[in-house]
Design a protein around this ligand. Structure first.
Ligand SMILES: C[S@@+](CC[C@H](N)C(=O)[O-])C[C@H]1O[C@@H](n2cnc3c(N)ncnc32)[C@H](O)[C@@H]1O
Length: 275
C-alpha cells in the first residue's frame, strides 16, 4: 500500500497532462530518435508508475517503438494499472510493449533494471525522494548512459485566489511537511527539482527544465476540496498547536470553493537530461 489511491491518481491525471511542458517531451524524443537507420526499441523505465499516467502521456510524444517497464511498489495500484492499460493499448497505434514489476524503490536500486541507453522516467515522484537516493539513481542512470525525463516535481509554490492572510503560513507548513520522510529518507520536497538539475549537470547531462504548474479553476471543485483538505492536515501535523486557526483557514477556503470563486495554482517543474 502507498499513500496514493487509484481514485486520486485518476482525478489528477488530466490536470497533470494539461500542466506538463510538451517542449521537454519533444526535446527528449528528438534526442532519442535521431535520423538514420531504424533504431532498436527504446527501453523506458517508469519509476513509481501508479496506474500508468506517465506512459499514457509520454509514449505518444516519443512516437518510436518502445518497451516500457513500469515500476511500482503498491499491489493495489498495479492491479488498476493492468485494467487501465489493457483498453489503452488496444486503442493505440503505437508499437509498444508494456510490463510492470512490483518493486520497493526505497529498498535500494540494486534490483532496478536499467539497460544501456534506456530512458529513465518518472512523474510526480522526485519530491518524495531523498538527496542520497536521488544521487544514487542519477549516478546509476549516468553510468548506463540513460537519458532521464522527470515530470511534475512539486517546487514549493502554491497560490490561492482569492488570497487569505493565512495562505503563506499554510504554504510554509506544507513545504515543511514535504521534507519529511516518505520512505526514501528525509524527502527533498520542494528542493527536488533544483537538486536533480544540479546533480544531472554535474554528471554531464544536458539539462532542460520548464514549469508545469497545475492551474485548478473554480469549476474543479472536487480537486480543490481535496487539495485544501490535504494541505490543512499536512499543516496541522507540522503545527498541531495551530490546528484551530488552520481549520478556520480551511473553512474560509472551502467557502470560496462553494461560491465558485476559488482558483489554486500548484508549482511543478519538468526536467530532462540528455547526452
Ligand atoms: C504521486 S504518485 C504518481 C504516480 C504516477 N507516476 C502518476 O504520475 O500518476 C507517486 C507514485 O510513486 C509510488 N511510490 C512511492 N514510493 C515508492 C517506492 N518506495 N517504490 C515504488 N513506488 C513508489 C506510489 O505508489 C505512487 O504510485
Amino acid at each position: 500500500m502507498s499513500g496514493f489511491s487509484a481514485d486520486w491518481l485518476a482525478l489528477r491525471e488530466p490536470f497533470d497532462a494539461a500542466a506538463r511542458a510538451p517542449q521537454i517531451g519533444v526535446h527528449v524524443a528528438a534526442a532519442l530518435t535521431r535520423p538514420g537507420p531504424p533504431a532498436p526499441s527504446l527501453q523506458v523505465i517508469d519509476l513509481g508508475a501508479g496506474t500508468g499516467a506517465n506512459l499514457r502521456y509520454s509514449a505518444p510524444l516519443l512516437g518510436c517503438t518502445q518497451e516500457w517497464l513500469l515500476v511500482e511498489h503498491d499491489a493495489a495500484l498495479l492491479a488498476v494499472l493492468e485494467q487501465r492499460m489493457r483498453p489503452w493499448l488496444a486503442a493505440t497505434r503505437l508499437e509498444l510493449s508494456v510490463r510492470s514489476v512490483k518493486l520497493d524503490l526505497a529498498g535500494g536500486l540494486r534490483d532496478l533494471p536499467l539497460p544501456a541507453g534506456a530512458l529513465l522516467t518518472a512523474s510526480a515522484l522526485l519530491d518524495l525522494t531523498s538527496e542520497d537516493w536521488l544521487q544514487q539513481l542519477l549516478g546509476k542512470a549516468a553510468a548506463a548512459g540513460a537519458s532521464v525525463w522527470f515530470a511534475l516535481t512539486y517546487d514549493g509554490r502554491m497560490q490561492c485566489q482569492p488570497p487569505d492572510p493565512e495562505d503563506a503560513q499554510v504554504r510554509e507548513l506544507v513545504n515543511l511537511h514535504q521534507r519529511t520522510d516518505k520512505g526514501f529518507g528525509p524527502a527533498l520536497g520542494p528542493l527536488a527539482g533544483q537538486r536533480a538539475a544540479s546533480i544531472m549537470a554535474g554528471l554531464g547531462y544536458h539539462v532542460h527544465a520548464a514549469l508545469s504548474d497545475w492551474c485548478v479553476g473554480p469549476e474543479q471543485r472536487r480537486l480543490q476540496r481535496l487539495l485544501i483538505e490535504g494541505w490543512c492536515s499536512a499543516a496541522c501535523e507540522m503545527a498541531p498547536q495551530r490546528s484551530a486557526a488552520l481549520r478556520r483557514w480551511r473553512m474560509r477556503r472551502q467557502a470560496h470553493i462553494d461560491a465558485g470563486e476559488s482558483q489554486l495554482q500548484v508549482g511543478h517543474v519538468d526536467l530532462a537530461g540528455t547526452w
